[in-house]
Write a protein that binds this ligand. Structure first.
Ligand code: ADP
Length: 252
C-alpha cells in the first residue's frame, strides 16, 4: 500500500540528508506510528508520500501508483486519493463545518446529490452531526480536528496520513482523536501517523517505525512502543501473557 525503496533526500544547503536510503513497506489496513526526534525526517517522509517533495533517489509506490510517473499537473488529483490530516487543521474559516466537508467533495467532482447524502454521514462518524452549521472558530480544537478528519475521509481514501494530528490538543482530546483514527482504520483505511506522544503510541500497541538522522533505526511490527534510540527498551517482566500485559500497562 505504501512502499519506499532506498529513498534519499537532501535539501539544498543542508550538510546531511533528511532521508538516507529509507525502505519500508506498509500493508493495506495497517496502523503505523512514525516517531523520531525533531529533525529526524518524519515530515520529509510524509511529504514524499504526498509528493510535496521528490526524492533525490529511490522509488515510491503508493496504492499501486509509481510517483515517478505522476506528472505535475496530476499531483492535485493524486493527493485527493489520499486523506491528509494536519496538526493545524487547515479548515476554511469562512465556511461552516458542513461546507468545509462539502467543498472537499465538490473539488473531487462529486455530484450535489451525492454530497448531500455523504456529508451528514461523515459528520455523524466524527460525532459532529449537531455542529454542522457552526464555523471553525466556534469549535474547540478537538472538534476542529474532527472536521478536518471528516473532510479527509469523506472521499473514502484507502490511505490516511496525519502529521502530528494531536500536537495542539490536550490529553483527553488527543485520546478522542486517536480513537477516531482507530475507528477509521477498523473500517479498512491504512493509517500512518507521526507523533511525539509517547502515551498514545504505547497504549495502541501498533506498528512503530523510528527514524533517526534520516534512517529507520527500528521497525517494531507488532505491539510497538515509543522508542527514539537504538538502545534496548527497559526489560519487561514476562510471566504469563496476562501478567506481562498488566506489567506493561503499569509502566505506561
Ligand atoms: P521532522 O519532521 O522529524 O522534525 P524534517 O523532515 O522536518 O524532520 O527534517 C529533517 C531534516 O531536513 C532536518 O535536518 C531539517 O532541518 C531539514 N529540512 C527539512 N525541511 C527543509 C527545507 N525545506 N529546507 C532545508 N532543510 C530542511
Amino acid at each position: 500500500m505504501i512502499l519506499l525503496d532506498s529513498v534519499s533526500k537532501q535539501y539544498s544547503g543542508d550538510s546531511s540528508p533528511a532521508l538516507d536510503s529509507v525502505s519500508l513497506h506498509i500493508e493495506p489496513n495497517e496502523f503505523v506510528f512514525l516517531v523520531g526526534k525533531s529533525g529526524a525526517g518524519k515530515s520529509t517522509l510524509m511529504k514524499m508520500i504526498t509528493k510535496e517533495e521528490v526524492p533525490d533517489s529511490g522509488k515510491i509506490i503508493i496504492g499501486g501508483i509509481d510517483l515517478d510517473y505522476v506528472k505535475k499537473r496530476h499531483i492535485p488529483g493524486y493527493r485527493r486519493r489520499l486523506g491528509v490530516v494536519f496538526q493545524d487543521f487547515k479548515l476554511l474559516p469562512r465556511r461552516t463545518v458542513y461546507e468545509n466537508v462539502a467543498f472537499a467533495l465538490e473539488i473531487a467532482g462529486m455530484s450535489g446529490k451525492d454530497i448531500r447524502k455523504t456529508v451528514p454521514k461523515v459528520l455523524d462518524l466524527v460525532d459532529l452531526g449537531d455542529q454542522a452549521k457552526k464555523f471553525p472558530d466556534q469549535l474547540s480544537g478537538g472538534q476542529q480536528q474532527r472536521v478536518s478528519i471528516a473532510r479527509s475521509v469523506a472521499r473514502q481514501p484507502k490511505i490516511l496520513i496525519a502529521d502530528e494530528p494531536t500536537a495542539n490538543l490536550d490529553k483527553l482530546t488527543t485520546e478522542e482523536i486517536i480513537g477516531l483514527l482507530k475507528k477509521i482504520n477498523d473500517f479498512g483505511t491504512t493509517i500512518l501517523v507521526t507523533t511525539h506522544n509517547e502515551n498514545i503510541v504505547n497504549n495502541l500497541q501498533k506498528r512503530v517505525i523510528t527514524l533517526k538522522d534520516g534512517k529507520i533505526i527500528n521497525d517494531q511490527k507488532n505491539n510497538g512502543i515509543y522508542k527514539l534510540d537504538e538502545k534496548p527498551a527497559p526489560a519487561r517482566v514476562m510471566q504469563t501473557p496476562g501478567h506481562a500485559l498488566r506489567q506493561r500497562r503499569r509502566v505506561i
